[in-house]
Design a protein around this ligand. Structure first.
Ligand code: SF4
Ligand code: SF4
Length: 87
């Protein structure tokens, strides 16, 4: 399992090196899109990763539940783009 990418193409970024693997974010995610790594971080814990980014609705529950304050949640807003008009 890969670590979260730091680029902003994912709605959730986890500072995985600071994760203590408590699983609160995983347990409370209403969309079940977080999981556990197979690797261990430098603290010696398996860490939370976003396993199904396409399922995430940016609700922010994981960010609220994390006792380590290491989760950032982004919401991608759609910007309207003009296709054309007849004026
Ligand atoms: S923002 Fe909500 S849906 Fe997305 S990973 Fe966190 S808890 Fe799950
Ligand atoms: S709630 Fe925070 S510390 Fe606990 S597993 Fe999730 S990211 Fe790691």
């Amino acid at each position: 399992m890969k670590k979260n990418n730091k680029k902003l193409d994912f709605p959730v970024i986890i500072d995985t090196e600071k994760c203590k693997g408590c699983e609160l974010c995983i347990y409370y995610c209403p969309k079940k899109c977080l999981g556990k790594s197979e690797e261990i971080n430098k603290l010696g814990y398996t860490y939370a990763v976003l396993t199904k980014p396409e399922e995430c609705n940016s609700c922010g529950t994981c960010y609220i539940m994390c006792p380590e304050y290491i989760i950032t949640v982004f919401k991608f807003e759609k910007t309207p783009v003009a296709v054309g008009n007849k004026k």
